[in-house]
Design a protein around this ligand. Structure first.
Ligand code: SAH
Length: 246
């Protein structure tokens, strides 16, 4: 019987993929790949596997979500097993939940294989733990992408005093930083932005909430990047006060 997997490829570094992910990838007849996936992970796919790129990097034309599900179903119905490969973890801002629902509606049960999400891996790549007993009792993963009615309740998030880890936040960084200060977060709160974490081209800046936008602009950082905000951002190899670009 053909199988369907929803696989997390991790943040970039091939060695951060799970054994289970590499094994499933090696079994698939067809691999549908998102654009945040490091193509090097395809070394684990079968030599004769059909590799299909279905990326949808912000704004670029890409295969629609419905089109991806249709393609998966077509392969499965033809008896081919399908691996759907996503960056990080498939269930963290990866639309994995939506794909699982759509496949279930068509009678297909997909197997989920976790990956290391960028929200943990990117801070760790510069020595920042997302929780630390001296700094934060928890961590909130939040998308910076939403605007209008999808806007997170920044007041509520600031009130938790937990580490904030923002995905997809680079385009609206100025608005987000201003909203956090408006919501009562100190402008001195330590932050870091990490671009292309765990890849050879990884870069980051450290800053405080009021200097973050300028430092990110000065360094020319863009997507994909994780922004981490809170006391934990003082930890790691470079002190926050210098805001070094490394
Ligand atoms: N499912 C993915 C997230 C997809 S949303 C995961 O669990 O990691 C896409 C966002 O993830 C990007 O805009 C960026 O905020 C973040 N991201 C993914 N890979 C990244 C990387 N290598 N470095 C920094 N941020 C990354």
């Amino acid at each position: 019987m053909s199988r369907a997997w929803l696989i997390g490829a991790g943040p970039g570094d091939v060695e951060l993929m799970t054994l289970k992910a590499t094994r499933a990838l090696g079994e698939a007849d067809v691999v549908l790949v998102d654009d945040l996936v490091n193509p090097d992970v395809l070394q684990f796919a079968r030599k004769d596997a059909q590799i299909v790129y279905v990326g949808k990097r912000g704004g670029q034309p890409s295969t629609s979500q419905a089109g991806i599900v249709e393609a998966m179903l077509a392969h499965l119905r033809a008896g081919r097993s399908v691996a759907r490969l996503k960056g990080g973890d498939p269930f963290v801002f990866g639309r994995g939940g939506e794909e699982q629902q759509a496949l279930a509606a068509a009678g297909v049960q997909v197997e989920i294989i976790n990956g290391i999400t960028a929200g943990i891996a990117a801070p760790a790549a510069i020595g920042i733990p997302v929780t630390h007993r001296d700094h934060a009792q928890g961590v909130v993963f939040v998308t910076g992408h939403g605007a209008g009615s999808n806007e997170p309740d920044w007041h509520a998030l600031v009130a938790t005093r937990m580490t904030l880890v923002i995905y997809m936040g680079m385009r609206r960084l100025g608005e987000i930083a201003a909203a956090l200060v408006q919501a009562g977060m100190s402008a001195e709160t330590p932050c870091a932005a990490i671009e292309s974490a765990t890849r050879p081209e990884q870069r980051h800046v450290r800053a405080t909430l009021d200097t973050l936008v300028a430092r990110v602009a000065a360094a020319g950082l863009g997507s994909p990047a994780i922004v981490v905000i809170g006391g934990v951002a003082t930890l790691g190899e470079t002190p926050v006060s210098r805001g070094d670009i490394t």
